[in-house]
Design a protein around this ligand. Sequence first.
Ligand SMILES: *[C@@H]1O[C@H](CO)[C@@H](O)[C@H](O)[C@H]1NC(C)=O
Ligand SMILES: *[C@@H]1O[C@H](CO)[C@@H](O)[C@H](O)[C@H]1NC(C)=O
Ligand SMILES: *[C@@H]1O[C@H](CO)[C@@H](O)[C@H](O)[C@H]1NC(C)=O
Ligand SMILES: *[C@@H]1O[C@H](CO)[C@@H](O)[C@H](O)[C@H]1NC(C)=O
Ligand SMILES: *[C@@H]1O[C@H](CO)[C@@H](O)[C@H](O)[C@H]1NC(C)=O
Length: 704
Amino acid sequence: MLGRLTFTLLTWLVLFHQLVHSSSNPDTNTQEEIEFPDPIPGADFSKEISKGLHVVDFFSPYCPHCKHLEPVWQKTWKKFDTEYGNLNLTFSRVDCIASGDLCNAESIEYYPTIRLYGPEGAIKNYPETGKRTVESFIEFARKEALNPDNFAEANLRSTSVRLSDNEIIKLLAGTGDAPYLVSFWPTKAMDNTDDYGEFVDCAHCTPFQRVWRLLSTQLMEGNIKSGHVNCVDSPVLCNELGFEKLVPIDNDSREREPRVALILPNKQSNNLFVFPDDDFEIYTKVYEDFALRLTHNNNAPDISKADILKIMQQDIDFGDSNKENINDQKIHLVFSYDSRTVVPEDLDVLEHLIEPLQALPNVYLYKINESIVDVTRTGYNNMYSIIKNNDKDAEPLTLNENSLVLNSITQMPTFFIFRDGDTTSQVFPGYSTTETRNPELIMSWVKLFAKPLFSEMTPSNFRNFMELDRDVFSTIILLIANTSDPNFIKSSSGYLRNINVAGYEYEHERLEEMYENVIAERREKKEYIQHLRNKSAKPDKIVDATLLDVDHVNNLRLSLAYYDIDKYDETMSWIRTPILKGPLKAGEILIIDRTDGRVFQFDSSGNVINSDSPSSLRDIFLSVSLPGRTSVITPEFMSMIVTIKRTTKMTSLSPTRMLYLIVVVLCFLIVTRSKKLYRKYRTRKLYRNKRDTIGLLGKEVLQD
Ligand SMILES: *[C@@H]1O[C@H](CO)[C@@H](O)[C@H](O)[C@H]1NC(C)=O
Ligand SMILES: *[C@@H]1O[C@H](CO)[C@@H](O)[C@H](O)[C@H]1NC(C)=O
Ligand SMILES: *[C@@H]1O[C@H](CO)[C@@H](O)[C@H](O)[C@H]1NC(C)=O
Ligand SMILES: *[C@@H]1O[C@H](CO)[C@@H](O)[C@H](O)[C@H]1NC(C)=O
Ligand SMILES: *[C@@H]1O[C@H](CO)[C@@H](O)[C@H](O)[C@H]1NC(C)=O
């Protein structure tokens, strides 16, 4: 009775305290009264661990680093519990002085050791390079709480088979019956990767055994087999493959990690692909993608026109529907050829693209044995229907065929790039076999355009975002996302569509501007170019003569992106200069002009730019990047976001080479207008090939 009374009294006191507290400080959370739990006693550890995921801080009360960590850990625990309580992950502590036996059993070698545990035991350590801040711990915990690896079954056994030197040699000779994903370990006599292995100087080896176990079963679905090599037993082989660090078992105290490679069947060369050393992760997904995409790109399967149209019409959102998740956006590189005229040399180039394509995420290679110019045309027509259906305020716009031909003339065979959710496409501006058989040239073009329709911007890729390909994509349209906000998730497909529609309207204006410039340019320069041509001037002279204006408009493309304020700071304080007036909210838009670093947060009437309407977005896009094509005033701009130095070093030859190609095409167009010149032109070596050259829209520009 007395106990009950005390309890009631206590409850009231707690509630009262909470009330006073919360009214005096609105930020204080209602979970205040739950106290930071004590360290888990050794005896309770396995019971506690069995309840879900835990990030455990193994500490000693006497270590100074541990003392520094303590308040951070407490804050992390509280923030995670409050904001991500539904994720079934807990931040816990173990006092290794009080629970010495447990820490011995868990091989805790230094303090503090921070380690992720699943119900069955240790999964992996918190990365040594990881910062010990609330934000970094939470980012790690969120990623792991959503990582399906961590919920995989306990009694699963690895299907990986131990491979001898001879078996590897046979696989490399192309006699395998399936693609093999092979792991290489700094150990000997490990028959099954689930067995205890003797790993010296390889802290990641044991956690990676778990990854390999999961991977080996997951890959069976994709008909990929898995195997492993004990490098201490196969020193010659491992040295030969460049894994010499894995060979000596004696501790030279250099940390090492298992290595992974894929061996493709039915080929004697170019069939071994090594997973990059630097990308090592204790995470199955990266290896699964590596193996599946390599196998796919090696096969370069046929794609149909209907499939391409489906890709273009894909709806994208942030989850919670039958639309495509923004994280799954793919890029499709399609080799289009005519089966009557194609020669083996044309197809050889595909072989050389497999490896470099691996460096570009989510790019899939396909082929089609016909011209797909009509698909591209349909795509552009769809662009105009999409504008009409989604922007009631848009003026009636139509396809300018000449402008499209201008932008997309090519020859067979050639490459196209299609992106999920993007009805516009890119055509490789290669124009003779010199170009369509040149892997470097193709790759520099692919690198430029093989980005998802909406890319994710993060604090760590921000620099790249600002710098890369600025020569072609002048402006970033950044949607602010909050992936914890159910309202945002629900509206996200509409937001993305509005941005996309406004982007199409902008693209229409850009193409028009480019066309008009070229026509004007052509009129002006025609005589001069003819003069140069008469003198048999080198192509680069002609390029110089025409480059400037075309260059200019060609650069003004939009790059669409998003930034998740649930994952990263909503004030973007990680950019040293404060740039924003107030924190960002989901659905808002920032526009970043990369040419001069201006950032736009407000429209001309002083309202925060948002993604509610395509027509107002269109006006803003135009007023920022193509002010000549709109009457709307440039919105108010915020201070410089970052000072961008023009780097003299080109990251790749792509933009220049691209422009060169485009200009060559333009010159060709000009030339084909005049029969007389055309004949002269034809005799030039560069264009002397027997193929049909077809304008993108099916216009026969050249016919023998
Ligand atoms: C958390 O655990 C509960 C109970 O085991 C389960 O119902 C729920 O789905 C889990 N939540 C997540 C996000 O895994
Ligand atoms: C490995 O390292 C330990 C401790 O540093 C040392 O005692 C041992 O001799 C080393 N073993 C070899 C084979 O070098
Ligand atoms: C093109 O490929 C398809 C499917 O692979 C095949 O059915 C068709 O016969 C091929 N057409 C030509 C002209 O080779
Ligand atoms: C994201 O959305 C959640 C749920 O609505 C909200 O609690 C949180 O404050 C939002 N995050 C930011 C940074 O606005
Ligand atoms: C140069 O081209 C112009 C225009 O086609 C032509 O009239 C003229 O004869 C040419 N001059 C020479 C030297 O070939």
